[in-house]
Ligand binder design. Structure first.
Ligand SMILES: [Zn+2]
Length: 314
């Protein structure tokens, strides 16, 4: 399973261009709203279920006093219960929010994503990515004038009539790849590395952003060579994952190693090793205590790539 995919909401991408239709959706009694503050989503902890997090959304009527400003809200889509919006309260005072927050908490989806219902996790990821883009594109990159939200937050238009540039939410492509060494058919190995930003024992697949004028396969080959000094041959696409932390899509590949000697750059990558599938089985879980290596987070495509490879080898 790959998290944050297969959002089942109807995005209503044509209807949301109609301002009147959007206002009608916002006014509907069935309208529900996620609350997001500085990229964190409002959640509660279910004491009866070993403190697992649960997503909170409000009927719109309960938060009417929180905002009248369409600039702070984005339209996510429709499901069988009705319309769904997300509201950015990053600029609200604690005192104003207190009545709505209560015993609940603003939680980083990255810390709990895999503990949530997968559909709700996808909706929260969508809300977070869209609100992040809106909050960080308040000014036109061409002329510097303020921009205004349109299409339910799926487009921003420059308010300077002489410019009027339309800006759309951006997604930054990044590749992520499991490199395998099959030079000894009896003992296939995969390359995992520890980025200096990772927790101290976590080993994962290599990854990197696509440069301008670079094919995805070229990015895979360049990143593997830059980070670990390995040359790769055959490169095959595996799967993709939306990763709105803050605005990426991860494009997953498997690559065949042509060379075996690892040379880490020592800056971005602190260590890298070849592992057989049997060794990976001994790895701990992300976040566990222990001395041995651990696997990447369960909601990441890195984990999907590692698990897929391990299951094929064992
Ligand atoms: Zn402009």
């Amino acid at each position: 399973m790959i998290y944050y995919r297969e959002l089942s909401l109807d995005r209503a991408s044509e209807s949301r261009k109609d301002r009147e239709w959007l206002e009608q959706q916002w006014a509907r009694q069935q309208c529900r709203v996620y609350i997001v503050r500085n990229d964190k989503s409002l959640m509660c902890w279910n004491k009866r279920k070993q403190d697992t997090p649960e997503v909170i959304h409000f009927p719109k009527v309960e938060i009417e006093n929180l905002t009248d400003e369409s600039e702070q809200r984005v339209f996510l889509g429709l499901d069988r219960h009705g319309p769904m919006f997300a509201l950015d309260v990053s600029d609200h005072d604690d005192e104003v929010l207190a009545a709505y927050v209560g015993d609940n908490e603003f939680v980083d989806l990255r810390d709990v994503g895999w503990l949530l219902d997968s559909e709700q996790a996808a909706q929260l990821a969508y809300a977070r990515g869209l609100l992040f883009w809106n909050r960080n594109h308040r000014y036109c990159g061409i002329c510097g004038s303020p921009t205004q939200s349109e299409n339910g937050g799926h487009m921003r238009r420059c308010s300077n009539s002489g410019c009027a540039r339309m800006h759309f939410p951006r997604t930054d492509p990044a590749v992520i790849m499991l490199v395998e060494d099959r030079s000894n058919p009896e003992k296939p190995r995969c390359l995992l590395a520890r980025n200096s930003r990772f927790p101290s024992r976590m080993m994962s697949t290599l990854a990197g952003f696509v440069d301008p004028l670079e094919s995805l396969e070229e990015t895979v080959a360049r990143e593997v060579f830059e980070e670990c000094g390995i040359k790769v041959g055959k490169i095959e696409y595996q799967a993709s994952q939306p990763w709105p932390f803050p605005s990426s899509i991860m494009l997953g590949f498997r690559a065949e190693a042509l060379t075996r000697e690892i040379v880490v750059d020592g800056v971005e990558i602190e260590e890298a090793h070849w592992f057989e599938a049997e060794q990976l089985r001994e790895f701990g879980e992300w976040g566990d205590d222990g001395d041995y290596f651990c696997l990447p987070r369960r909601d990441s495509i890195a984990r999907f790539l590692v698990n897929s490879w391990m299951n094929e080898m064992l």
